[in-house]
Design a protein around this ligand. Structure first.
Ligand SMILES: Cc1cc2nc3c(=O)[nH]c(=O)nc-3n(C[C@H](O)[C@H](O)[C@H](O)COP(=O)(O)O)c2cc1C
Length: 215
């Protein structure tokens, strides 16, 4: 029997998030929560999967799942096709938001800020550690374009394989990373009766401030 959507709910009782356990700056807390997610979330949940939202030049939002592939003191890095729909949106409007959801931990993290392309060297370094199939796929697939059928994609892959039959594929110019430079990072811990904890870090004049938001 299909469960009624109106009756689908969980009460969140696993944990809390208080000001005194949260560090003064958000990266340390993200690292801590990410380590918890790697330990706790079971496949098929990928701890580094997140929803990336971008806006197009008409101000319309678009979102899709991507994998986080890097995190340093500057920001959060992911890789994609620069000519894809999202690539064109970020070229027109260089801002993005990402949301992580770790259901076992009853946690959500929301990150917002400006996006910049990483250097070609950084894209190449990541490209080279990808499996051969993914490296060829980056050349073969005109991501986000309309194609006739699956056979067209297979054909594009065949052409790419022939092109690189005697050499290793290099990182295409149309493929690489973006880094989201966060201006806001919100940590959400589910609590009972929808009275959740929300700690919101905001970057102002190069310093992180923190505030609690109502759930
Ligand atoms: C679990 C998962 C991980 C994904 N990871 C990536 C990724 O790292 N990079 C990427 O370009 N697309 C990734 N995708 C595919 C995107 O969701 C999306 O279909 C693709 O990037 C095209 O988006 P666009 O047309 O809005 O540009 C992933 C999809 C799923 C479900």
């Amino acid at each position: 029997m299909t469960q009624s959507l109106a009756d689908m709910r969980r009460d969140y009782t696993r944990d809390g998030l208080s000001e005194d356990q949260a560090p003064a700056e958000p990266f340390a807390l993200f690292h801590q929560w990410f380590a918890d997610a790697l330990k706790t979330e079971q496949p098929p949940v990928e701890a580094n999967a997140m929803t990336l939202a971008t806006v197009d030049s008409d101000g319309r939002p678009h979102c899709r799942i991507l994998l986080l592939k890097g995190l340093d003191e500057q920001g959060f890095t992911f890789f994609t096709n620069y000519d894809s729909a999202k690539g064109q949106q970020m070229a027109a409007r260089p801002f993005a938001a990402m949301t992580f959801f770790w259901p076992t931990l009853e946690r959500q993290v929301r990150i917002e800020g400006r996006v910049v392309k990483v250097t070609p060297q950084e894209s190449d370094a990541y490209y080279q550690v990808r499996p051969l199939g993914s490296r060829l796929g980056a050349w073969a697939s005109p991501q986000s374009r309309v194609i006739a059928d699956r056979a067209e994609l297979q054909e594009l892959l065949k052409v790419t394989e022939a092109r690189f039959s005697d050499s290793q594929p290099n990182c295409p110019e149309h493929w690489g990373g973006y880094r989201l430079l966060p201006e806001r990072i919100e940590f959400w811990q589910g609590r009972s009766s929808r009275l959740h904890d929300r700690l919101n870090y905001r970057l102002q004049a190069e310093r992180w401030g923190r505030e609690r938001l109502a759930p």
